[in-house]
Design a protein around this ligand. Structure first.
Ligand code: UTP
Length: 292
């Protein structure tokens, strides 16, 4: 069966101020988790979830992201001449795994605006959104979990995760009426609620499956928190007009756009590598012994 969702938008045009100076010339989405850029994991998630058409919304550093998913002819030829077919195959697989198109968000006017920039490329069908700095390590790709929920309920779906109440003001927060064990009908959704005012402890995490009608809403939504066009504000309208579903996904999430989240992701992904695991654990024990 062909999925109703055939395109995924990856917003990757934020300023990445939390990672300056690393992000002065390199987009944060290209910073590596061990040796793989975060955005490669995101594209792999889309592909594993059955979606091969990927639209990257770029800001600065556009060329580097495009190059990462393109054929690296000179590099591949040089590696080939040195007998490194293992590496050429690895690089070639990256350029072949998806059909990546990229476009530019000329000014970082907010996540909602970044998604709106992709409207004409997305066209008239439902589409996925995966934030370019948000990793979810899951057996069933998180975007696929959302696509399945979209197929079941026929409404826009957002990924939700429980967060401690003290952290609620850092996220979009949603509340609603349970439909099944993992899914709820969204009644309220608000971006970065002031401390103590969050309607629940369910945070909106960077995965969405949305109907194309969201573009018209985004065209009309006024700037919200931080003066940015917020996707969450458009989703609040969508929840009222067409209905919106929240899905508590299965998997471990890392906010690779945040320094602590990025470090945790590096550690967790490195520990899964047999060639790194023992050495890394030994070093961590050593640090603990030394009381660093
Ligand atoms: P963030 O909230 O992490 O913002 O964006 P940021 O600007 O990238 O990073 P900081 O806070 O300054 O460190 C969440 C996602 O939305 C994208 C980002 O690239 C990231 O994937 N985004 C955000 C855009 O594409 N355009 C924007 O105008 C804002």
């Amino acid at each position: 069966m062909i999925s109703a969702v055939q395109k995924v938008v990856i917003p990757a045009a934020g300023l990445g101020t939390r990672f300056l100076p690393a992000t002065k010339a390199v987009p944060k989405e290209l910073l590596p988790i061990v040796d793989v850029p975060t955005i490669q994991y995101i594209v792999e998630e889309a592909v594993r979830g059955g979606v091969k058409d990927v639209i990257v919304v770029n800001g600065r550093g556009k060329v580097a992201i495009e190059d990462h998913f393109d054929i690296a002819f000179e590099l591949e030829t040089t590696l080939q001449s040195r007998g490194r077919t293992d590496l050429t195959e690895k690089l070639r697989a990256i350029s072949e795994m998806a059909r990546v198109v990229s476009l530019r968000q000329k000014q970082p006017l907010g996540l909602g605006h970044a998604v709106l920039c992709a409207a004409s490329v997305v066209g008239p069908n439902p589409f996925g959104v995966i934030l370019g700095d948000d990793l979810i390590d899951a057996e069933v790709p998180a975007i696929q979990q959302l696509i399945t929920a979209y197929g079941r309920y026929g409404k826009g779906v957002i990924a939700l995760m429980e967060v401690p109440p003290s952290e609620a003001s850092r996220y979009g927060i949603a509340a609603g009426t349970p439909i099944d064990e993992r899914t709820l009908q969204i009644d309220r959704i608000i971006e970065k609620p002031p401390a103590g005012t969050a309607p629940s402890n369910l945070a909106v995490i960077g995965r969405y499956v949305l109907p194309p009608s969201v573009f018209e809403i985004l065209r009309n939504v006024p700037p919200g928190v931080g003066g940015e066009i917020q996707l969450t504000d458009a989703l609040a309208v969508l929840a009222r007009t067409e209905g919106l579903v929240g899905h508590r996904f299965e998997g471990k999430r890392y906010d690779a756009g945040d320094r602590m989240g990025y470090l945790k992701a590096n550690l967790a992904y490195a520990l899964k590598r047999p060639e790194l695991r023992d050495g890394l654990l030994e070093f961590m024990r050593e640090l603990l012994r030394e009381g660093v």
